[in-house]
Design a protein around this ligand. Structure first.
Ligand SMILES: Nc1nc2c(c(=O)[nH]1)N[C@H]1C(S)=C(S)[C@@H](COP(=O)(O)OP(=O)(O)OC[C@H]3O[C@@H](n4cnc5c(=O)[nH]c(N)nc54)[C@H](O)[C@@H]3O)O[C@H]1N2
Ligand SMILES: Nc1nc2c(c(=O)[nH]1)N[C@H]1C(S)=C(S)[C@@H](COP(=O)(O)OP(=O)(O)OC[C@H]3O[C@@H](n4cnc5c(=O)[nH]c(N)nc54)[C@H](O)[C@@H]3O)O[C@H]1N2
Ligand SMILES: [Mo]
Length: 755
């Protein structure tokens, strides 16, 4: 089931292992960023581009969804090393032309690494792969739309799948869901299904809103910030500035992670001169070196101590919540031996952490993939919500729940209806535009893959992303994509998904965020929503990578016209002037009244969040809910390890910027597996040994990732870590989180076999 490692894929001749760095960012961060940018963009373009990131009249950084400070409080360099890399990746001067595809057969491209594919530059022309061909050849835009429309019409609506990645703007996302739904399907899987779906499900059940309840100002004002299952030094570097600000005002920080991640331990702020040279701020006041999957037990244990100590906000609990008595009864039965086994933590460590909660009158809990990609992810997040409810930490300044989103507009895409369930406002859109909207549940990512595997999907279309590499069970996924009659990828850069084609396959190259978007009515801007529900505009200024590129909005509008020429939906008007799209959004999507005027204000506006704004909980009972499911203990058989898959410092999901992960001391290679030295001793494996990673799952299919170098590393006992997407071959498609169907990419049982 394993794909052999591609040619230049770092069978890792030059791999170097050095001691991990103790601190993040500072001067090395800035010089790394500029180095990467100069190589891809040249000096002048670098200066022009980087200074526009996250400015009120500039474009939204495509790096992550962390919010920007209010316009007046922004620094001129409101970006980070990894944001600069994300921009350089898009604003590169390298181009892929039709000659490139004439030169490189698909079968040869498929042998190349993800890093190599991404380094070839921006896509410039629509390309088609005809059935049986081993080359992509040019196709006109009109022919590409006609071809796609014909395939969509030939299939049942339910046999088409419309995937989205979270970089898509609100405007493009709204049109895309409209295209799919007007065509008759809710088959709208997205990257969120593999990302924060567990957070959305848990929060909707607990507080009635599937989004976080804090603002950036709350972070600055908090007394305690808990960072759990998240590596901000690499994935949300600007968050470190906010943590630093909070600390300066006296906040305490509690970090909970199986890996001692660099940014949490020490931080030098590159946005301030002092950060460039100084010793840096030690961020975490306390670090819990937890076992993978142990957080549910940890938060249960913290709650039981808080209750035992009488540290409950009774008036909040009585007035705003339900289910407390049942929850308290469950807390009394807590089995501390089970907690120790699940967390790997000593009771004193948990007591000390609980004291931090007890001492704080304004606590924020931040989390990301370390919690969401576990089998009991939803139950775990409910457990941390319980702790926040106990202490009354919602709807209070400096307090709340903060799922830190990944892709820069993943939250906005969901607000715009990128979802496999019909949004509540879907019928209103149908009524307004005179089309019928489907009401049955569609496919999420895993359901779409199963349907493809079982031959129930004819057309797969993706608005951005890299479905082949981001999804689990690589062998199953690749066969699933190949089984489609047509695959269509709207992309800026070449990636693995393009070389795993359906019978017919299209690559449709589009404009990126950094680029000018000119339509019939003039230059356009788009809008995005950050992790804290703030909506603002984004306007690219660079000349497009090629004259041939279309915007995502144009691509969706033109495809829609080819598909249903007699549709009452005014697709041509939407394309000509994006204000027309925002008008429909304003008329139908809650919270967007007066959209055009409010988004014109510098910094935009923040969407309503009833629990945060008014302590109103839009659940069926009108209250926030405590829940206490069974505590799960992950059984790891003797001689096996629990593997989690993480991002290196030099990648953006499936886009590999470079081969280093310098905070973890890895240079010039990626095929490494981090294992605790005591586990290595127990397994009788020496540091530096080459091993295959073999995952063990009930279906007994062999899933093997060949040739990884063992790196002795301070990962929690029994827990290993390696990088995705290389390790996706190990994640069984059917191993998903209860309640959210998110692949368990942070909870894979493996054995190490000598390579
Ligand atoms: N530069 C850069 N920025 C990015 C991205 C990128 O790839 N590169 N990706 C973007 C996207 S889409 C997302 S979703 C975010 C992801 O942001 P993160 O969630 O920070 O990303 P991961 O690398 O998956 O790191 C997961 C962290 O959780 C920890 N962890 C794993 N298992 C457990 C557990 O059981 N308990 C606890 N407490 N911790 C655990 C890991 O050790 C690691 O520190 O970043 C976004 N920003
Ligand atoms: N094992 C494991 N698997 C994981 C994860 C994990 O932690 N472990 N994380 C999961 C998570 S959190 C996520 S979010 C998913 C990510 O899944 P995806 O969002 O599908 O993947 P990306 O790698 O972010 O997509 C990169 C591609 O997007 C395209 N692109 C970039 N910018 C634009 C643009 O402006 N427009 C268009 N149309 N295309 C663009 C480029 O062609 C690029 O190759 O992966 C998931 N998979
Ligand atoms: Mo994500």
């Amino acid at each position: 089931m394993a794909r052999k490692p591609p040619k230049d894929d770092i069978g890792d001749r030059d791999l170097r292992i050095e001691p991990p760095e103790r601190s993040a960012a500072g001067l090395p961060g800035v010089t790394h960023a500029l180095g990467a940018s100069f190589a891809q963009m040249g000096v002048r373009r670098t200066a022009l581009t980087l200074l526009r990131i996250n400015q009120a009249n500039g474009f939204d950084c495509p790096g992550c969804a962390w919010p920007e400070p209010a316009p007046g409080a922004r620094s001129h360099t409101e970006f980070c090393e990894n944001g600069a890399k994300a921009v350089a990746e898009e604003a590169t001067l390298r181009r892929i032309t039709p000659e490139f595809f004439a030169e490189h057969p698909i079968s040869a491209l498929a042998e190349q690494s993800d890093h190599w594919l991404g380094q070839q530059g921006r896509l410039t022309s629509p390309m088609v792969r005809a059935p049986g061909a081993d080359h992509y050849t040019p196709i006109s835009w009109d022919d590409a739309f006609a071809l796609t429309a014909r395939h969509l019409r030939e299939a049942e609506p339910a046999e088409s799948v419309f995937y989205t990645s979270g970089r898509t703007s609100n405007e493009a996302a709204f049109l895309y869901q409209l295209l799919a739904r007007a065509h008759g399907t809710n088959n709208l899987p997205d990257c969120s299904n593999m990302c924060h779906e567990s957070s959305g499900v848990a929060l909707t059940g607990a507080i009635g809103v599937g989004k976080g309840s804090v603002t950036l100002e709350d972070i600055h004002r908090a007394a305690l910030i808990v960072v759990v299952g998240q590596n901000p030094g690499t994935n949300h570097p600007r968050m470190l500035s906010a943590l630093e600000e909070a600390k300066r005002r006296g906040a305490k920080i509690l970090a909970i992670n199986p890996l001692p991640e660099a940014g949490l331990i020490n931080f030098r702020n590159p946005q301030k001169p002092r950060g460039l040279v100084g010793k840096g701020t030690p961020l975490a006041d306390r670090f819990l070196h937890i076992r993978v999957g142990g957080d549910q037990a940890l938060f249960r244990a913290i709650a039981s101590l808080l209750v035992e100590w009488g540290e409950v906000d009774r008036s909040f609990v009585d007035r705003y919540t339900s289910g407390f008595d049942g929850y308290r009864a469950v807390l009394r039965t807590l089995d501390w031996a089970g907690v120790a086994a699940a967390t790997g933590l000593a009771r004193e460590e948990i007591v000390a952490a609980a004291k931090m909660f007890a001492a704080s009158d304004a606590t924020i809990v931040c989390w990301a993939m370390g919690l969401t990609q576990q089998r009991e992810a939803v139950a775990t997040i409910r457990e941390l919500v319980n702790v926040q409810l106990l202490r009354g930490m919602i709807g209070r300044p400096g307090a709340g729940l903060c799922p830190v989103r990944g892709h820069s507009n993943v939250q906005g895409d969901r607000t715009m209806g990128i979802w496999h369930e019909p949004p509540r406002w879907s019928a209103a859109v149908g009524d307004l535009l005179g089309v019928a909207m489907p009401t049955t549940t569609g496919y999420d990512t895993v359901a779409a893959l199963r349907a493809m595997r079982d031959g129930r999907v004819r057309v797969f279309m993706a608005l951005g992303g890299n479905f082949a590499a981001a999804t689990p069970d690589t062998a199953v996924t690749e066969a699933a994509l190949r089984s489609c009659a047509l695959t269509v990828h709207v992309s800026t850069k070449l990636n693995r998904s393009h070389v795993v084609p359906g019978e017919t396959s299209l690559i449709l190259p589009c404009l990126g965020r950094t680029e000018r978007d000119r339509q019939l009515s003039g230059e356009q801007f788009v809008t995005v929503e950050d992790s804290m529900s703030a909506v603002h505009s984004s306007r690219g200024r660079l000349a497009p990578a090629a004259e041939t590129l279309l915007s995502e909005v144009s691509i969706v509008s033109r495809l829609a016209r080819a598909l249903a020429p007699d549709s009452p939906i005014p697709w041509a008007e939407y394309e000509a002037d994006y204000r027309a799209i925002r008008d429909v959004i304003a008329a139908t999507v809650p919270g967007f009244d007066d959209f055009e005027a409010r988004v014109a204000r510098p910094g935009g506006f923040t969407l309503p969040h009833p629990p945060r704004d008014r302590l109103e909980f839009p659940t069926p009972s009108g209250k926030a809910h405590f829940t206490a499911g069974a505590l799960s203990l992950i059984e790891v058989p003797e001689g096996r390890l629990l593997l989690q898959t993480v991002r290196s410092h030099d990648q953006y999901n499936t886009t590999i910027y470079g081969m280093d992960d310098r905070y973890r001391g890895i240079h010039a290679g990626r095929r490494v597996v981090f294992v605790n030295p005591d586990d290595l001793k127990a397994l009788g494996i020496a540091d530096g040994t080459m091993v295959d990673l073999v995952s063990e799952w009930s279906d007994e299919v062999e899933r093997r990732a060949p040739r990884f170098r063992v790196v002795a590393y301070p990962s929690a006992r029994g827990c290993a870590a390696t990088y995705f997407p290389e390790a996706n071959v190990l994640v069984p498609l059917d191993s998903t989180a209860t309640g959210s169907n998110t692949p368990t990419s942070k909870q894979i049982i493996i054995r190490l076999e000598p390579a």
